[in-house]
Design a protein around this ligand. Structure first.
Ligand code: ATP
Length: 522
């Protein structure tokens, strides 16, 4: 065989014996991974298993301590992201890196054109090329639209378009479906298949096992920095994948048991909330949650759930209405006063509202209680009490960190979420507000957190669960409220509600079924 022929049969990309150590942890331990042309290769592993680290090595963001990377059979050194991009490797991160005030076309050419031609950018030509690319892959995107006005799903397409514009042959998508609706997910899968059909290699990272089984050609499973196995979707099941990832059997469905509901805890009457642009996005929400029950809010992202939750917890001022907690008027309370009134809160955006990333783990664990005993007496901070309590929580919530002193920014995304959950769950609560509590978590951690939520409910806490995961809402909720354009359009019994019915209500607001809140109650 000639050298060229050998090369064309070689995998598009190979990572051999990749090892990456961080203080106190081997994030990647001699990992081998090969990517073929035209394949969708899923990377599975629990939180902190080392998936992102491996991809950072591939993208030149982290320098491996050992190991080699081969492209088309030839060894390469990747100096940094721009070198990776120049070699045809692109990455779509969990947190998009787009400039909202610029157009789609401007975002796509940002970085790419300045590299080849720093002085002069032919915008018309760029816009035309972007339009043609978008059309070829079936994207519904206007190159001149401002990115800030696009939905999350469309913004993600802009990120993918950026990669295609730079002619990526290897495309890494880190949890691309975490923020998408079921429809958008189907669309993105269609797109990934077209890209693979075009001969590109796709790395797909996800915690959703059914998605991995649906879209991947091959699955590599990593546990604690090592490759544990490789499977094809046709020869495995969700149960087996979960067990491979976590190293033990995992219950994929929730046993929520009986709820023992008592009197009302949270009573919301005609609450009105505006968004940042002063549009009233919640035009008058009325509902209540009783002690010992979970009220799940189902709805397509962007139907006022964020604003409603922010108003309830005091992060956003309401423009009308009343909120009562255990008989006390708490309308307009600040987050700290809500916390002191016995409200726990897990925010949807943990990096913005849940954590101070630069702080060590132990400080984040007491972010809402640092000024109270036993952590402080007057102005005196009690470090040994803080560290002692942190050690207990790290153990109890299985937070994977080399130490309580590690900076929270070095934790994997899922473990950052566990820090927030540990802090908020670890005391007696009247009300627990959960916004996307398991986003980005692995199956084992989801199982654990779901059990903790049920335990809180059974201890008499009223729970508000807002989640973009319809399955999570269906499985966990005693009652389900469907939100559509800022209104609660239906309230259903969690035990008898039908998933497709809820899905339809989410999509249409019940206009096709004429189901209203009043009718369901009657
Ligand atoms: P998740 O599913 O939660 O995103 P992951 O599989 O992507 O997890 P990584 O982010 O790769 O996991 O983390 C692997 C390990 O390496 C973790 O223990 C993490 O704390 C550690 N780690 C990652 N980056 C750094 C860093 N810059 N400094 C120190 N430790 C790090």
């Amino acid at each position: 065989m000639t050298e060229d022929a050998a090369r064309s049969e070689a995998p598009a990309l190979e990572m051999r014996g990749i090892t990456k150590r961080y203080p106190g942890v081997v994030a990647n331990d001699h990992i081998d991974l090969d990517l073929r042309r035209g394949e969708i290769h899923a990377l599975l592993g629990e939180n902190g298993a080392g998936k992102t680290t491996l991809m950072n090595v591939l993208y030149g963001l982290a320098r491996p301590d050992e190991g080699t990377i081969l492209m088309d059979g030839k060894q390469i050194q990747i100096a940094g992201p721009s070198d990776a991009i120049a070699r045809g490797i692109s990455m779509v991160h969990q947190h998009f890196m787009l400039v909202p005030v610029l157009s789609v076309a401007e975002n796509v050419i940002l970085g790419a054109e300045t590299m080849s031609n720093a002085v002069f950018v032919d915008r018309h030509e760029a816009s035309r090329r972007i339009g043609a690319l978008a059309e070829r892959f079936g994207f519904d995107l206007n190159p001149d639209a401002k990115v800030g006005s696009l939905s999350v799903g469309q913004q993600q397409r802009v990120e993918i378009l950026k990669a295609l514009y730079r002619d990526a042959r290897v495309l890494v998508l880190d949890e691309p479906t975490a923020v998408l609706t079921p429809n958008e997910t189907e669309e993105i899968f269609g797109l990934l298949r077209r890209l693979a059909g075009d001969g590109r290699s796709i790395v797909f990272i996800s915690h959703k096992l059914y998605e991995v089984l649906e879209v991947a050609d091959r699955i590599t499973i990593i546990r604690r920095g090592r490759v544990i196995g490789e499977r094809r979707p046709s020869e495995t099941t969700e149960e087996e994948l979960a067990e491979l990832m976590v190293g033990r059997e995992v219950e994929l469905t929730v046993d929520r048991g009986e709820s023992h509901v008592a009197g009302p805890v949270l009573v919301v009457e005609g609450l009105r909330v505006a968004d940042d642009r002063h549009h009233e996005v919640v035009p008058g929400a009325t509902f209540e949650i009783r002690a010992g029950e979970i009220l799940g809010v189902a709805g397509v992202a962007g139907n006022g759930q964020d604003e409603l939750v922010q108003a309830l917890i005091g992060l956003r001022r309401s423009t009308g209405g009343k909120v009562t907690l255990a008989g006390r008027d708490v309308t307009g309370f600040s987050p700290r006063r809500m916390n002191e009134a016995g409200v726990g809160y897990v925010p949807g955006d943990r990096q913005r509202f849940g954590l101070i990333l630069a702080f060590p783990v132990y400080d984040n664990l007491i972010l809402t209680s640092y000024y109270r005993p036993p952590f402080a007496h007057g102005l005196i901070r009690n470090d040994s009490a803080i560290l002692e309590s942190a050690a207990v929580q790290i153990e109890r919530f299985d937070i994977r960190t080399p130490s309580a002193r590690a900076s929270s920014s070095t934790l994997s995304g899922g473990n950052q979420q566990k820090v927030v959950v540990a802090r908020e769950f670890d005391r007696e609560l009247k009300l627990l507000i959960l916004d996307q509590p398991t986003r980005g978590l692995d199956v084992g951690s989801i199982e654990f957190i779901h059990r903790q939520i049920i335990a809180k409910r059974d201890a008499g806490t009223a729970v508000l669960l807002v989640s973009a995961e319809l399955d999570e809402v269906m499985e966990m909720s005693d009652r389900i409220a469907v939100m559509y354009r800022g209104r609660i359009v239906a309230e259903l019994d969690g035990r008898t509600a039908d998933k497709s019915e809820v899905g339809l209500l989410m999509a249409t607001g019940g206009h096709e079924q004429a189901t209203t809140q009043e009718e369901v109650r009657a």
